[in-house]
Design a protein around this ligand. Sequence first.
Ligand SMILES: C[S@@+](CC[C@H](N)C(=O)[O-])C[C@H]1O[C@@H](n2cnc3c(N)ncnc32)[C@H](O)[C@@H]1O
Length: 222
Amino acid sequence: MNHAHAPLPEIINHYVNSVHGDNGPPLESLGRRAADAGLPAISVSHAVGRILTLLARLVDARATVEIGTLGGYSGLCLLRGMNPAGRLYTVEINESHARFARSEFDAAGVGGRVEIVRGAALDVLPGLASRLGIASTDLVFIDAVKPEYHRYFEIIAPCLRPGGLLIADNALSSSTWSITDPPGSSDDRDAMDRFNRAIARDPAFEAVLLTDGHGVLVARRR
Ligand SMILES: C[S@@+](CC[C@H](N)C(=O)[O-])C[C@H]1O[C@@H](n2cnc3c(N)ncnc32)[C@H](O)[C@@H]1O
């Protein structure tokens, strides 16, 4: 394999954004409002947001679960592609993040389609999963604590219908680690390496790793 030209991502991201823009209102200004409100700048990128919208549209997502709401950016991207009757259940531990996201969902006119499930994902997901039921859910998007991804997956996977999508952000990197760092250099890196490989091996799923943003795992339930 020839690695002579790696890595490209920054200029590629720049190019992609120059082609597709910033996703328009209210998403293009959400980051600024979130920063003013003191939220960290750790939402998915515009490009990953577009992927979420497209994937939600492709599966005509109705029941959709997100783990890690932050300010609602990725949630609004999902809602944009979901069936208009679809409902987003988004899990968030931090009260000020949840409050900010609620105001963004309401301002965007989709508040009635969103339930923000407050609490630590590992505490609240089992109840959400039993409320939703087996094979009830079209799309699950994971974007919270990296070493917990596999537990989130184990709890929520039974809810995914055949043909439903599991999507996970930070499959390849974050602002502090890269999957190409040596094993043992970061707990998050190692957890994501194990998670990527576990989903790739899981016979119930057909998975790919997209290199956009910090890397996105997309897996379809067979
Ligand atoms: C990377 S941000 C999510 C970004 C969001 N998906 C977006 O792109 O707009 C991670 C979020 O998960 C929340 N979080 C952290 N630990 C959590 C936990 N144990 N359970 C639920 N949410 C958690 C954080 O408060 C933060 O808002």
